[in-house]
Design a protein around this ligand. Structure first.
Ligand code: ATP
Length: 718
């Protein structure tokens, strides 16, 4: 335990520099940086082919959508569309624009930079905004059109600038480009800036605990009887709930893979609600939050989900704040104004003179003000009446929650959130429950850590143009990967956490190694899963050496299965994927194993092939994607949080120097080996891997003793 108190202003300043670095790294590494309005037709086509743009559009309709935003329908331009749908309407070409993407709509003919058409986007947005048309969020996509809701990314009603900018798009040839979503960064920065300015008297008790200025208070007597509503909860889940109810400031719920973290949180939320507590529930991603909304919805609690409706799962929309502002009783006060705005908007096109148009814009301005006032009253009422409010961590920084107080803030998947992201929801919190697993991967971070020279006074921070203006000494050893969950554990020890110990995913043999090595042998496989095999799947599967075996190890030791640093055959794609490794011979072993499983009757969609290396992923995709359309192929990092009946892992590394690169990261391997339910197949070179670390050595020893060991013959595979 390290209880050294951390000065809060210094923490905030360090985070600001780290975030700045990260943001720059992110923008630099993505072609989303290409946001200029005037790009050549061939660049536009390339951008469309790589999923970043959609060309050949015209504005075909405008209406007032959720939250009073202007929603434009952009259809394929009949003059250039190359194909038609069955009803004779022109179709869009294939593209990668999806619901929820933030896009900017540009005029193809807009050569010179225009005056910013969007609204004030703060520091970063302004520089992009000077280059093109209005920005919005994609709300619907089909083969003939895309629908885009204009306005702030983070919410808020429509503005005059939006109306005018969209109006200007009529009759023009348009294209749209995907933008980096800046909201998260902006909110993190604002939060850190606010935190940096707080003084001693502004700090909440929870903040003082979180930075080691004091210790957590003794929980209330956790032996008090709790009447559990869910009869299926296991003992470790009940313990965690009792502990979280009793804690006065901080409780961590440690949920190893498959142990029912979310299941536990649902009961905890219901218990808090029964005790008349107001609860804010957050997660780092929309899906993490929607998961909870979906499971809470049948419980008949008043819940409200904050966030742009385009980004929410359809099943949770009825709880969306924006939808409730239209459908609930409280909503009637905004209805009339919306109707009037729609009528005015439509009448603009019939005007003949500039004077008439200006008069309408004037009317719209007044209506908008009225709309905002009524809407904000309605939002306030809706949020106040809800005992549970749910939002992403950055969503919690929106205007809707500005004046709201909560008794408890719960963060799910907290070990996958940046600490600065967590603080967006925590600045006003008294009591906090974090659920997560610090032994799986932390959030992905692109920037390298600050170098020592960057920490010294007044130096320019690597890769950024901004100086550390006050020349403050920054905190050494702080990185973005270090999560709040991790830091609290290190600071206050295991006393602030309870671990869930029964897992409902893996066969006992699959679970045993991660349990022994990472979870102090505390994990237990539930009876319902501990002996499940592929051969027992509810559809017909033949009993074979593979389908009756939960753990298989194809050991490629011996030098016939060498890795490659660069694969010429992948060529250009490799360049896009960055420096990566691949192993063609090992990929053949993977293909053979998948073939055997499918032949035995295992459906391809019950199987996932995962690998830590993008180079190998590209190779495996070439080999397997067409042959087995349902088969899931992915990176280990991308597969966190997921599960499959059978998982084949390709480890790639095989070299004389015994280098294992980022296989050395235990948390990555933990994720890789804990995804399957009934069957785990590892393909790798035990000679190389076992020299990588003590953990890898133990793993190879475990596989040798417990797995069905096989040695592939390179000659047979070719
Ligand atoms: N007490 C329980 N009794 C029976 N099944 C349970 C229990 N708790 C959880 N489960 C089951 O275990 C599975 C995992 O639960 P849940 O989705 O809540 O886990 P999680 O910990 O959030 O997931 P992950 O491991 O991916 O983070 C679900 O199918 C759930 O129904």
């Amino acid at each position: 335990m390290s209880r050294d108190p951390v000065p809060i202003p210094l923490f905030a300043e360090t985070q600001l520099q780290l975030l700045l670095n990260e943001h720059e790294a992110e923008v630099a590494s993505s072609s989303l940086a290409t946001t200029a309005a005037s790009v050549s037709p061939s660049t536009r086509r390339t951008l469309q082919a790589t999923g970043y743009a959609l060309t050949g559009l015209v504005l075909s309709q405008c209406r007032t959508g959720l939250g009073g935003r202007v929603v434009g329908e952009f259809a394929a331009d009949p003059a250039i569309a190359s194909s038609e749908s069955t009803d004779g309407q022109p179709r869009l070409g294939s593209h990668g624009i999806r619901v929820g993407d933030v896009v900017r709509v540009n005029d193809v003919a807009a050569g010179a930079a225009k005056k910013p058409a969007g609204k004030d986007k703060g520091k970063d947005g302004a520089k992009d905004g000077a280059k093109g048309g209005p920005e919005g969020v994609v709300t619907k996509v089909n083969d003939k059109a895309v629908w885009i809701a204009f306005g702030q990314q983070g919410g808020g009603a429509r503005s005059k600038e939006d109306d005018e900018a969209v109006e200007e798009l009529w009759g023009k040839k348009l294209w749209c480009i995907k933008l980096a979503n800046d909201v998260t960064y902006r909110r993190m920065r604002q939060t850190m800036e606010k935190m940096g300015k707080m003084t001693e008297s502004d700090y909440s008790h929870f903040m003082r605990v979180a930075f080691g200025h004091t210790t957590p208070l003794q929980p209330e007597d956790a032996t008090d009887p709790v009447e559990f509503l869910d009869p299926t909860l296991n003992d470790s889940q009940k313990n965690a709930i009792r502990f979280a109810l009793a804690s006065k400031d901080i409780a961590l719920i440690h949920g190893p893979p498959g142990t029912g973290k979310t299941h536990t949180l649902i009961e905890l939320i219901l218990q808090f609600a029964q005790r008349k507590k107001r609860i804010l529930v957050c997660g780092p991603s929309n899906i993490s939050v929607d998961n909870i909304v979906e499971r809470l919805a049948p419980k008949k609690l008043p819940v409200v989900r904050i966030g742009h409706p385009a980004r929410l799962l359809p099943s949770v929309l009825e709880h969306s704040l924006e939808v409730l502002t239209q459908t609930s009783d409280a909503a009637s006060i905004v209805k009339d104004v919306r109707k009037e705005m729609d009528e005015k908007q439509a009448s603009i096109r019939k005007t003949k003179t500039g004077r008439e148009r200006r008069a309408i814009y004037d009317d719209l301005k007044h209506l908008r003000k009225e709309f905002r006032e009524r809407e904000s009253k309605c939002v306030d009422n809706l949020v106040r009446e809800s005992s549970v409010v749910l939002a992403t961590l950055h969503g919690a920084g929106g205007h809707q929650l500005k004046n709201q107080r909560f008794d408890v803030v719960i963060i799910d998947e907290a070990s996958q959130a940046l600490e600065a992201q967590c603080w967006i929801s925590l600045l006003g919190a008294d009591k906090v429950v974090l659920a997560g697993d610090h032994l799986q991967l932390p959030p992905t971070v692109k920037s390298t850590n600050l170098k020592t020279k960057d920490l010294s006074k007044g130096k320019e921070v690597a890769g950024t143009k901004k100086e550390n203006p006050e020349g403050k000494e920054l905190l050494r050893g702080f990185t973005l990967e270090r999560t709040l969950f991790d830091r609290l554990l290190a600071m206050h020890g295991d006393g602030i956490k309870r671990m869930l110990t029964t897992q409902y995913r893996m066969h006992d043999k699959i679970m045993r190694f991660p349990s022994d090595e990472l979870y102090e042998s505390k994990l237990m496989a539930a009876d319902s899963v501990k002996e499940r095999l592929l051969a027992d799947l509810p559809y017909e599967v033949e009993g074979t050496d593979d389908t009756q075996e939960p753990l298989v190890f194809w050991d490629t030791q011996g030098g016939d299965f060498p890795e490659k640093a660069e694969d010429k055959e992948i060529g250009q794609k490799e360049a896009l994927l960055g420096e990566s490794k691949s192993n063609e011979m090992e990929a053949l072993v993977v293909a053979k194993h998948v073939g055997n499983l499918v032949e035995a009757g295992v459906r391809p969609d019950s199987i996932a092939v995962i690998t830590p290396y993008n180079g190998q992923l590209a190779l495996l995709s070439q080999m397997l994607r067409e042959k087995y359309p349902g088969l899931e192929l992915g990176s280990v990092d991308g597969f966190q949080g997921r599960e499959k009946e059978a998982v084949v892992v390709s480890l790639v590394r095989s070299n004389e120097k015994h280098e294992v690169g980022f296989l050395g990261e235990k948390r990555r391997l933990n994720v890789a080996m804990t995804r399957p339910k009934r069957h785990l197949c590892i393909c790798g070179d035990s000679e190389t891997i076992s020299r990588g670390s003590a953990f890898l050595k133990h793993w190879m020893d475990y596989l040798e003793e417990n797995a069905d060991l096989r040695y592939p013959d390179a000659g047979d595979l070719l």
